[in-house]
Design a protein around this ligand. Structure first.
Ligand code: G1P
Length: 297
């Protein structure tokens, strides 16, 4: 069965970015000049997933507005003949078929995914986490979908990280497969201490999941941080047989990925993405050394 739907959990409070996230969803914070969630929706669409469900909560209305028309602004730009900006604001209107589901209580990532059960139904689907921004030049989701179509089961995106950072992620124990970029996942642990981690392979926020995950999630107790963890459900799926919808593989990713989840890495993501842009890169590149070393040159 083909993968056609994407689930984007976006109900969190964004506490690491307070005060800006007091009344503005974290997902609306710009990376250069686009809200971070637009990159994620574009990535889903780029991988062929045109049905997108965003799991939201209170104060998330701006998310819905961003993917809808702004008729007044369109009229104002049209009256001025500002076609370029008109194109910019229209681009997010018809990007995907957008759906919104409220999570109610925010009980963790696993719970957010479970909220999408009715919409997803009995089909494999993708989950994309907004804190991980995958550079559009290094798409990984299409490869993950092809691994799912070939083998069934669920597919994770795994990336080598420095050992001292593994406690920020889900961590996978793996064995190789015949394909050099694919591993078989034998065990998973959410945010282990460095000394207990089974590897330095971190789970990055892209998943292709078998619908069997829903039944597992509905009996998964709170885990790390008191939250219902997707990682814990995947651990169980890794132990289940193929006929039960089990089996977990990982696609090894070594492309460009930016973490927009905390303030420092968010700032770094903005600078890195801006440096790559034709309209901003050259000026930024020339300016940065003058702030870092005002005496230099
Ligand atoms: C979540 C997952 C974790 C994964 C991470 C990727 O954690 O629970 O397994 O490694 O996303 O960004 P969070 O960063 O939301 O705490």
């Amino acid at each position: 069965m083909r993968v056609t739907k994407a689930v984007i959990p976006a109900a969190g409070f964004g506490t690491r970015f307070l005060p800006v996230t007091k009344a503005t969803p974290k997902e609306m914070l710009p990376v250069v000049d686009k809200p971070s969630i637009q990159y994620v929706v574009e990535e889903a669409v780029g991988a062929g997933l045109a049905d997108v469900v965003v799991i939201t909560g209170r104060s998330k209305r701006p998310l819905e507005d961003h993917f809808d028309r702004n008729v007044e602004l369109e009229a104002a730009l049209e009256a001025k003949g500002d076609v370029d900006r008109l194109d910019l604001i229209m681009a997010s209107n018809d990007l995907a078929k957008m759906h919104y589901i409220r999570q109610g209580d925010a009980l963790g990532l696993g719970h957010a995914v479970l909220t999408a059960q009715h919409h997803v139904g009995n089909e494999p689907f993708a989950v994309l986490l907004g804190d991980d921004l995958i550079d559009p030049r290094d798409p990984v989701l299409a490869r993950m979908i092809s691994v799912r179509e070939q083998h069934g089961g669920s597919v994770l995106c795994l990336m080598e990280v420095p050992r001292d950072q593994i406690s920020l992620y889900g961590c996978a124990a793996t064995v190789p497969t015949d394909a050099p970029d694919v591993v078989s996942v034998t065990d998973l642990v959410e945010k282990p201490d460095a000394q207990d981690a089974p590897s330095s392979l971190a789970v990055i926020g892209r998943y292709v999941l078998d619908p069997a995950v829903f039944a597992v999630l509905s009996r998964t107790p709170p885990g790390s941080g008191g939250e219902i963890q997707l990682t814990d459900a995947l651990r169980e799926l890794a132990r289940m047989t193929a006929s039960e919808g089990g089996g977990v593989r990982g696609v090894l990713f070594d492309g460009r990925r930016y973490d927009t989840g905390d303030r420092l890495s968010y700032l770094q993501a903005n600078i890195l993405m801006a440096l790559e842009r034709d309209d901003l890169g050259p000026a930024l590149r020339a300016w940065l050394p003058t702030v870092l070393d005002p005496e230099g040159g």
